[in-house]
Design a protein around this ligand. Structure first.
Ligand SMILES: [Zn+2]
Length: 488
């Protein structure tokens, strides 16, 4: 039976490093790129007698994430030990949350710009194309990092104890494209919420993928196959496509699927058998005797008083307040700093649409060319607004404005100073232009006669003559208006 006739069911477990200054249960700094084992203490090394202390900020960030995704935070949550042995786990157990997590339910919105072009239709003004239900979000600690050399392995415990938020979706995703869009949308939301940089390349966001297939909707879900620790959106997409085909192929050959954990090898583009999937009882979860259950009421109230605006709300507002197209609003809300920059530049300008065009076409274009991100932007919002005012007010031509922008981008200079230094200006003043218009009309009686006989397009020749007479400084729009008046 063709792969397309099988029904795939996909669920994601997404691990996110929270952007706290210190670790989950000790005062060690969270860090990236420090020398190995320089950010450790008896607690995160699991030495006997060391006791964990909760990181309040990590708890608030997790509750905030839940609130932003429309989820519920129960009044009480508790901490459990998940027992397993692995060299990068110094305590031989991980402190996690088993049956009473911080967050239950909620939905993740999927933004249209993260789908392939042909699938983008149907989103509203906020760009939300679909939503995927969440099962839960809980808080735990990360393990250390092992690096394998030829005949030995190195262990770095700097990462051990970093606050790790685990976001678990329902098995409600049906394509690789949807899974990829979910990860990209979620990353954008987490960055907006300020809870994580969620950079997959730096390991700040990692994903386990559960995939099963079945022959018809009437059948129960197939055996759940888990692919562990995938590190990029592109790799998640490839892993799902591969895994669906592999499972369909086995079912076609009559091989029953069993629950298991597989390793995704992105370089070889295939998944390989790793181990039979553990059930919860394999981990012998029990409540951590060193940590009290916590009451969440006070944190919840605090978090609710400072909920940030999410990308899709901002996108809808940009469309409504500034008259932007959904596409433009989507580009400008792709990151919080860019959205804030647009709002600052558009404030008090009657030409918000034009401000948006300059940012998207010129500024982002230049930044892309130089492969730099928005944080390196050398043009202040005030300077961009000034440039847009100059060109929209007829002070300089569009071509001149592009030259001025180039210099602003290269030197960070102010538009008015650049215009003056280059001798750019555009004459819009009626008194000054009228002389050129009369001069050109007097010199071209034949063209005037043709226009009056109905050849309307000939007027462009006259516009060109006036521009030439003014030394290229006349505002062409104003010249057209004056010629139209003169020719009655
Ligand atoms: Zn520590």
């Amino acid at each position: 039976m063709p792969v397309a006739d099988y029904i795939p069911t996909i669920g994601l477990e997404i691990h996110v490093h929270l952007k706290t200054r210190s670790k989950m249960f000790c005062a060690c700094a969270t860090s990236y790129g420090d020398d190995p084992n320089t950010r450790t203490c008896p607690t995160c090394l699991g030495l006997p007698g060391a006791l964990p202390v909760l990181n309040e900020e990590a708890i608030k960030m997790t509750i905030l994430t839940g609130q932003l995704l429309g989820a519920v935070t129960p009044e009480f949550c508790k901490w459990d030990r998940k027992n397993y042995f692995y060299a990068d786990m110094p305590k031989n157990y991980q402190i996690s949350q088993y049956d009473q997590p911080l967050v239950v339910g909620g939905r993740i919105p999927l933004y249209d710009q993260y789908f392939p072009k042909h699938q983008r239709g149907g989103a509203g003004a906020d760009g939300v194309l679909a939503t995927v239900p969440l099962t839960r979000i809980h808080l735990e600690e990360d393990a250390g990092k092992s690096t394998h050399f030829g005949t030995s392995s190195g262990l770095d415990y700097n990462r051990a104890g970093t606050p790790l938020m685990e976001i678990v979706t329902d098995p409600a995703i049906s394509t690789a494209d949807e899974a990829a869009a979910l990860l990209a949308s979620l990353r954008q939301i987490l960055v907006y919420a300020g809870v994580s940089d969620a950079d997959m390349e730096r390991g700040q966001m990692r994903c386990d993928v559960n995939v099963s297939v079945r022959k018809s909707a009437a059948e129960p879900l197939g055996a759940k196959i888990e692919l562990k620790n995938i590190n990029s959106v592109a790799a998640v997409r490839r892993a799902i496509v591969f895994e669906i085909e592999r499972q369909c192929g086995e079912l076609d050959r009559g091989l029953a699927q069993r629950q298991e954990t597989r390793r995704w090898d992105d370089e070889r583009g295939e998944s390989t058998d790793m181990r039979g999937k553990e059930d919860a009882h394999d981990y012998r979860y029990f409540p951590d005797p060193d940590l009290q259950p916590v009451c969440t009421t006070q944190w919840l109230n605090e978090v609710r008083s400072r909920l940030p605006e999410l990308p899709h709300a901002l996108r809808a507002r940009f469309g409504h307040d500034y008259g932007l197209t959904p596409y433009d609003a989507g580009v400008l809300t792709s990151e919080p700093a860019l959205a804030a920059y647009f709002e600052e530049a558009a404030a008090g300008s009657s030409k918000a649409k034009s401000v948006a065009n300059w940012i998207i076409n010129e500024l982002l274009g230049r930044l892309n060319e130089g492969q730099t991100d928005f944080s390196a932007n050398p043009v202040s919002a005030a300077a961009l607004r000034e440039l847009v005012d100059l060109v929209e007010g007829g002070g300089i031509s569009g071509a001149q404005a592009k030259e001025v922008f180039s210099e602003m981008f290269a030197t960070g200079g102010a538009p008015a100073a650049i215009v003056q230094a280059r001798g750019f200006s555009q004459v819009s003043d009626t008194g000054a232009l009228d002389g050129f218009v009369q001069q050109v009309l007097a010199a071209n009686p034949d063209l005037v006669a043709r226009i009056q006989a109905g050849e309307a397009k000939v007027v462009n020749v006259l516009v060109g003559q006036v521009m030439k007479a003014s030394g290229g400084k006349a505002n062409p729009k104003r010249v057209s208006e004056l010629l139209a008046q003169a020719l009655g």
